[in-house]
Design a protein around this ligand. Sequence first.
Ligand SMILES: Nc1ncnc2c1ncn2[C@@H]1O[C@H](COP(=O)(O)OP(=O)(O)OP(=O)(O)O)[C@@H](O)[C@H]1O
Ligand SMILES: [Mg+2]
Length: 203
Amino acid sequence: MIELLNISHDYGSETILHDISLTIEPSSFNIISGESGSGKSTLLSIVSTLLRPTRGLLRYDGVSIADIPDIDRFRNERIGFIFQFHYLIAHLTIYENIAMVTRRPRSEIMELLTSLGIDPLASKYPDEVSGGQRQRAAVARAIINRPSFIFADEPTGNLDSHNSENVFSLLRSLDATLIVATHDHTKIKPSDRVISLKDGRLC
Ligand SMILES: Nc1ncnc2c1ncn2[C@@H]1O[C@H](COP(=O)(O)OP(=O)(O)OP(=O)(O)O)[C@@H](O)[C@H]1O
Ligand SMILES: [Mg+2]
C-alpha cells in the first residue's frame, strides 16, 4: 500500500500540487488523469520516490520513505519506471538494454519481447527502430524483474491504438501496483481507480 499524506509541491514560489492525500491499494490499477499542466508528472515523480515533495509524507507499506535505509536499492528491487522518453542506452541492442537490468534467462526476455511484438528487433540498436518500438522496449525493461510497483508517464504516447491496447493489457496482467499518468480517457476501464487532477488539486 502507498499512502500520500498532505503532499504539496512548489516549483520556486509557485505551488503546483496542493495538499494531496491518497491511498493506493496493493495490486490496483490507478490512472492519474488531468489536463496538460495539471500536475500529473509531478505527482507521479513524487509517488514513485524520484522527487521529494516540498511538504507532506509518503509511505510505502507503512514506512515513510525517509526511513527506508537504502532507497536506491529499494527502487531497483521494487519499482519499475516507464518514462515518456525511454532512456534506452544507444550502444546496446534492444535485447542488451533489457538483459543489463536483470538476471532472468534469455528465454524469458525473448518471451516478453514477443508479447510486446518486438522480438524480431532484439539485435537492433535503439536508433534502428521506431519510437513506438523503443517505447515498447522500455516497457519490457521496466517490467522484466516483476517489480511490486510500476509507474508510467504516458507510456503509450508514441504508440498506435493496437500497440497501445497491447501495452495496457500487458500492464493490467501483472500482479503489481500500477500508477499510470495519461490524458487518454479511452484507456480507462470501469475497474480502474481514476485520480483526477485539476490545477494541482484532486477533483
Ligand atoms: N521543473 C519544473 N520547474 C518549474 N515548473 C515546473 C517544472 N516541472 C513542471 N512545472 C510546472 O508544473 C506544472 C505541472 O507540470 P506537470 O509536468 O506535472 O504537468 P502534467 O499534468 O504532467 O502535464 P502534461 O500533460 O503536459 O505532461 C506546470 O505548470 C509546469 O509548467
Ligand atoms: Mg506530464
